[in-house]
Design a protein around this ligand. Structure first.
Ligand code: PAF
Length: 288
């Protein structure tokens, strides 16, 4: 594969995309914060299969970090990322620095209302404002036909779908399945920061979700009861600190007393300073 072009400014990125579109290409876009793992590679492969050009952004966005320590510790592995993206067939890497991404006079934010106040938003104030703003900026610069988002960050995906719809961003948001390690742990750039003990315990996130899904399959319909059992199971098998365990409507994140319709089972657990999230979606027929 030829080495991907590296674009460092919005102007350079925009010029690249406009040239590609003039030549009749379609652009698939994978936004990332680097520290790439096999989950990202599957997004790039999907973009490769569905478009004639693929752009990947590698930018650790400071405005979405509510915790400065987390921002400082976020893994930055550009050389490895570049090699991996070359192998996966990316045509361009958009990797601006903070000065290029945010004008010092910038004062415009993209906010999505109450969808950002549930689940991860409760303990990460301002996080989704940062995500929505940077993703809107990325999409308006890369101008892709399709943008690929992993379902592990389910709330992010749902919020971006709403932003793209509300602001007529003109690009399809493509949800992609969660990629897991062999033992079930969802791939995440944060996994490398787990201690060996926490890494072993972290497998319980996916186990608890699988068990909960099986209980729904077996007829469980009480949302609060199921969430309580999920929390108990996590407490029994991990030393992690539970941020939330939720059984909610998958479209608006409202708590579900009765489990039916499009359901999201979601959880967030902190192992030391490493916060992990995972989720499962379940469709439950609505009984009249
Ligand atoms: O999911 C991520 O890696 C980030 O939130 C994103 C979408 C690249 C925005 O910074």
């Amino acid at each position: 594969m030829p080495a991907p072009d590296i674009l460092r400014t919005p102007a350079a990125m925009l010029a690249w995309s406009k040239a590609a579109q003039r030549e009749g290409h379609t652009i698939g876009f994978v936004p990332t914060m680097g520290a790439l793992h096999k989950g990202h590679v599957t997004l790039v492969e999907r973009a490769r299969a569905e478009n004639t050009k693929v752009v990947v952004s590698v930018y650790v966005n400071p405005t979405q970090f509510d915790n400065p320590e987390d921002l400082k510790k976020y893994p930055r592995t550009f050389d490895t990322d570049r090699a991996l993206l070359e192998k996966a067939g990316a045509d361009a890497i958009y990797a601006p620095d903070d000065a290029a991404m945010y004008d010092p006079e910038a004062r415009t934010w993209v906010e999505v209302g109450e969808l950002a106040d549930a689940l991860c938003g409760l303990s990460r104030p301002g996080h989704f404002r940062g995500v929505c703003t940077v993703v809107t900026k990325l999409l308006s610069t890369v101008r892709p036909d399709r943008a690929y988002f992993g379902q592990k960050d389910y709330q992010q995906l749902r919020i971006i779908e709403v932003v793209a719809r509300d602001l007529n961003l003109g690009c399809a948001i493509v949800p992609c399945p969660i990629v897991r390690e062999a033992d079930g742990l969802a791939c995440s750039s944060r996994n490398v920061r787990l201690t060996p003990q926490h890494r072993q315990e972290a497998v319980w996130l996916s186990k608890v979700l699988r068990d909960a899904k099986a209980k729904i399959g077996a007829g469980e319909r009480e949302g609060l009861k199921l969430a309580g059992e999920m929390a108990e199971q996590l407490e029994a098998h991990t030393s992690g600190e539970i941020d939330y365990v939720a059984v909610v409507d998958a479209l608006n994140f409202a708590d579900l007393q009765k489990i039916e319709g499009e359901v999201l089972l979601a959880l967030a657990v902190k192992f030391g300073s490493v916060r992990l999230i995972d989720n499962e979606r379940v469709s439950v027929p609505v009984k009249p």
